[in-house]
Design a protein. Sequence first.
Length: 99
Amino acid sequence: MVKKPKFTEQQEQIARIAKALSHPARVYIMEKLNSLQACCTSGEMIGDIPIARSTLSQHLKELKYSGLIQGNIEPPQIKYCINKENWEEAKRVLNEFLK
């Protein structure tokens, strides 16, 4: 039996980033956080995004899981920020891929 080659680490990384950004709400969240250059809560985002609060929470969870954002717990709320190191790496990897 012939063993198939594995995907490269870069291919896996590109797929993870693409999956994290595969919904317009997640793209919106990343744009919002990037434009603010600061942290904000889901309550501050929900006013101008056309989705339910619970749906927003799921998208934030997905972005956090991917490592593109991080959540800082400041009871009773969570402030979300871009994970600058991972975001820069994502931009580098995607730019390299799209050349």
